[in-house]
Design a binder for this molecule. Structure first.
Ligand code: AP5
Ligand code: MG
Length: 188
């Protein structure tokens, strides 16, 4: 089974992905984490993208597409992936379908975590004191939120049309959200 989980910054994509990974023995593919690793490792790609990420904008579709293809094409992960933070726009959603099809796979469920901007600000500012993420300043977090809002509508419609979309209220507790998600996955 392959899962997409999307939602605004701080919605809990990473938190819930970790729990799904444990419970269903899947592999998490967070494009944000992969991109931050490139920056930490000071690779050419990392140097190229750090200013984009730290301003709250999206990295090019081509760059993230290449990153995810490495995982989709790897037999170890075949039909065991949870896509955390990909797709973020319609081009990426279409590309994900294309790549999965190329490697004889598909998406089984698309989970949308809904969270208000107020909650996001609170969570991101709390996380700032635990993890040092360069894009967790308040103004950049708001920019990440507006970038999400600007691009996500066609992605929602895309998964709605294919009957894969499940909307989950991301405002409740981590364990409540997790059990709701588990129930949805188990009912596939
Ligand atoms: P990415 O790393 O994906 O960041 P994001 O989308 O802004 O989301 P976050 O990781 O901040 O939040 P999350 O939803 O994972 O929440 P978390 O579980 O951590 O992307 C970063 C950047 O990379 C993008 O801005 C872009 O530049 C680039 N990028 C990434 N993917 C891309 C793509 N596909 N195309 C182009 N560019 C791309 O939770 C947040 C906090 O809240 C934590 O402290 C957590 O403990 C807490 N929390 C979680 N759930 C709850 C709850 N229910 N109640 C209370 N607290 C909670
Ligand atoms: Mg995350």
């Amino acid at each position: 089974m392959n899962i997409v989980i999307f939602g605004p910054p701080g919605a809990g994509k990473g938190t819930q992905s970790n729990l799904i990974v444990e419970k269903f023995k899947l592999h998490q593919l967070s494009t944000g984490e992969l991109l931050r690793k490139e920056i930490r490792d000071k690779t050419n790609l990392g140097n190229q993208i750090s200013s984009i990420i730290n301003s709250g904008n999206l990295v090019s579709d081509e760059i993230v597409g290449n990153l995810i293809e490495k995982y989709i094409s790897n037999k170890i992960y075949k039909s065991r992936l949870i896509f955390d933070g990909y797709p973020r726009n319609l081009v990426q959603a279409t590309n994900l379908d294309f790549l999965l099809n190329k490697y004889d796979q598909k998406i089984d469920i698309a989970l949308k975590l809904s969270v208000s901007l107020e909650t996001i600000k609170k969570r991101i500012l709390e996380r700032k004191s635990l993890e040092k993420r360069a894009d967790d300043k308040e103004d950049i977090a708001i920019k990440r939120y507006t970038t999400y809002e600007k691009n996500i509508k066609p992605v929602i419609d895309f998964y709605k049309k294919s009957n894969l979309l499940k909307v989950v209220n991301g405002e409740t507790t981590i364990s409540q959200i997790s059990s709701e998600i588990s129930g949805l996955i188990e009912s596939i």
